[in-house]
Structure formats: structure tokens, C-alpha cells
Design a protein around this ligand. Structure first.
Ligand SMILES: [Mg+2]
Length: 372
């Protein structure tokens, strides 16, 4: 048995530049200048270490507390290879903490780290361990919010294009900003609109009718609340492809989203829904519905690697969302927002390889639990 000997959480806050005016991701949120990430490192008795990531941002303190105070003490000393059993032993008795939020985010990190270890033991990069063949992926640029500043939107769309991105996603909510992006690129380039749940169904339908002829590639999370799949299905009938799924965390809700014909593109998030194990279930389930799985990936830690490996494991690799920002330091060997492509190498496991001499100064807090 390969025993779990040590679990360490590391919460970091990495400053970034956006190439434009700074805003919160939603109008109600503070200006965003740093991106928080909660990493987990699991050390085992065979001398390996596996990495995972829990959804961070404003939720980072909750994810961190659940790992340190609840999950890590329950896990140390147990067999790291029996992933299904480890996750069930945590998820089922703790469901009172909720079927989403910090518990599921923390479980996602643990699950991903266990899969990293399993692939390392098989001496395979994770995407090959999961049945993939090629590690070459196309990325799409996920721009920060420029608060409706049409000049900043156009400039940054052009900049993303100059780095080789042909699919570019905005986080704007105004029609002039949408059109500034559309007009800044070639007709063949794809512009996606992620509005982060601002509207009622009626408001979303009105916007959709107005932009129907502009050729946008998808409209993401147009309505509040995100679990109103019937409302989303109504908006979808207007004719613009709908993307959603980053705020869904249970298999039953993913099924409901597809059964109600609410989405064209399903966007599960590996740092939220339960890690590699759950992502595999969702990808399999989605095969029986007319949807495309395009994972959510607005983060930069081991979750970025996990999403890349999952994308590369699919028969038709899906584009890898990459935040279009420039960090104060290069966080690791894979994240690069200045290129529209990425290639996973043959390093066993996730291949997460951070430069801790650089990252160390951005650690907010860290804690560890050891097996007795
Ligand atoms: Mg989104």
C-alpha cells in the first residue's frame, strides 16, 4: 500500500496585469489585481508527491479551511491508490457541508492529486494514462473584464490575435463592448461572450435578439441563478449557442442541464466539481447528449494542468481556456498567455513543476497534516 504521509495546503495570491483598465469580474466585485489559488500537495510512502488545486479566487479561504481542518486529518495514513474509496469516504459523510462550495472544491484538489500520483506510478503523463494520444492543444484566450471600455476591448482582442489565438472570450456585459471585439477580428475568428449570470430570462432574451446577427460563437451564463436550466433553455431558443457548467458540481445537475436542452457547450470545472474522477463521469455522460464539453479553466495552478490533460485525453481534444493576463512571475512550466497553443510533454503525472524560488513570496498561508 502506498500510504498518504503528508498533506500540505498552499494558498497563494499572484499579482497580474490585464493590458487595460482594471475592474472586478462582476460590477459588484472589487478591482481584481491578484489571483488567489489553493494548491494541495500529497506525499506518499513510495516517495512521490501529487498536486491538485481547489477553486480559489474569493472562495480560497473556505477551500483552504476545509482541506486543513476536515479532509487532511481524515486522509493521512490511508492508501492513496484506492481513489474511488478515498473520495467516497470523504464526500458521503460530509455532505452536510453542501454539494457545492468549499467542500467540493477541496475534494477536487485531493482527487486531482491522487490521480497525479496514480499516473506517476504508471510512468505516464496523465493524458495518456486516461487514454489520450497527443499532448498538443489549442487554447482560447479568456480576457479580463475591462468594464465596457471599447478601446481596451478592441486592443486586447487584437493583442490576443497577434499571439495566435483564434477563439477569444470576453467578460463584458454591454453590446458596444461585444461589437468592439467582433469588429476587431476577422470574420473567421470566434468571439465568445461570458457575462457571468447578470440577467433575468427576459433581459437575456432581449440582448440575444439584438446581437443575433453579429455571429458570436457562444453566450456563457446569461442568467441568474445559474441552476435555472429551464430559463437557460428559453434563452437558448433565441438562436445563439449557450455555454454553462462551471457552477454545477453534481452529476445529477449536469444531467438535468443536458436533459432540459439548456446548453450547447458544457463547461465543468475540475477545481470545483470533484476533480479528475468527476470530470471523467461528466465527459462520459455528455456522450449521450448533443453537447460539446469545453472545460472551464480560469485558474493557473495544478488545476490548469489537470484541465489540459483532460482536454488532451478526449477523442477530439477541446480548447484549453487560458486567462489572458500577465503574471508578476511565470507561475510554472505550462502557463503562457502569449501563445495560442500548448504541448504537454511526457513527464509522468500532471507534470506540475513550479519555480518555488519565485512563487514563495506570494504565499499567503500554508499548513500541513502528517500521518502519525
Ligand atoms: Mg465563465
Amino acid at each position: 500500500m502506498t500510504k498518504i504521509q503528508n498533506i500540505r495546503s498552499i494558498r497563494l495570491s499572484l499579482p497580474f496585469e490585464t493590458g487595460g483598465p482594471r475592474h472586478g469580474m462582476r460590477p459588484s466585485l472589487d478591482t481584481w489585481t491578484k489571483m488567489e489559488c489553493v494548491m494541495v500537495r500529497i506525499k506518499t510512502s513510495d516517495g512521490l508527491e501529487g498536486w491538485g488545486e481547489a477553486f480559489g479566487h474569493a472562495m480560497a479561504p473556505g477551500s483552504e479551511a476545509v482541506i486543513n481542518q476536515i479532509l487532511a486529518p481524515m486522509l493521512v495514513g490511508r492508501d492513496s491508490a484506492a481513489i474511488n474509496h478515498r473520495i467516497a469516504e470523504l464526500e458521503r459523510p460530509l455532505h452536510g457541508l453542501g454539494r457545492s462550495g468549499p467542500l467540493m472544491y477541496a475534494l477536487s484538489a485531493i482527487d486531482t492529486a491522487l490521480w497525479d500520483l496514480a499516473a506517476q506510478r504508471a510512468h505516464l503523463p496523465l493524458y495518456k494514462f486516461l487514454g489520450g494520444e497527443s499532448g498538443v492543444l489549442t487554447k482560447y484566450a479568456s480576457l479580463m473584464r475591462y468594464g465596457g471600455d471599447t478601446d481596451a476591448v478592441a486592443q486586447n482582442v487584437e493583442r490576443a490575435r497577434s499571439y495566435g489565438f483564434r477563439t477569444i472570450k470576453l467578460h463584458e456585459t454591454t453590446i458596444p463592448a461585444f461589437r468592439a471585439a467582433r469588429n476587431a477580428v476577422d470574420p473567421d475568428d470566434k468571439i465568445c461572450l461570458d457575462v457571468n449570470c447578470p440577467w433575468t430570462v427576459a433581459e437575456a432574451r432581449e440582448v440575444t435578439q439584438e446581437i443575433l446577427e453579429d455571429g458570436f460563437h457562444w453566450l456563457e451564463e446569461p442568467i441568474w441563478p445559474p441552476e435555472d436550466f429551464e430559463g437557460l433553455a428559453e434563452v437558448r431558443l433565441e438562436g445563439i449557442p449557450i455555454s454553462a457548467g462551471e457552477n454545477i458540481t453534481t452529476l445529477h445537475e449536469f444531467k438535468l442541464a443536458m436533459e432540459t436542452e439548456a446548453v450547447d457547450n458544457l463547461q465543468p470545472s475540475v477545481t470545483k466539481c470533484g476533480g479528475i474522477s468527476m470530470m471523467r463521469k461528466i465527459i462520459s455522460l455528455a456522450e449521450v447528449y448533443p453537447v460539446t464539453v469545453i472545460p472551464h479553466c480560469f485558474y493557473w495552478g495544478p488545476g490548469y494542468h489537470a484541465t489540459a490533460h483532460l482536454a488532451a485525453s478526449c477523442l477530439t481534444p477541446t480548447p484549453l481556456e487560458t486567462a489572458f493576463i500577465t503574471f508578476a512571475v511565470e507561475p510554472h512550466n505550462l502557463f503562457n498567455s502569449h501563445s495560442g497553443q500548448v504541448t504537454l510533454d511526457d513527464t509522468p503525472g500532471l507534470g506540475f513543476n513550479a519555480d518555488w524560488d519565485e512563487l514563495d513570496k506570494f504565499i499567503i498561508s500554508t499548513d500541513e497534516v502528517n500521518a502519525s
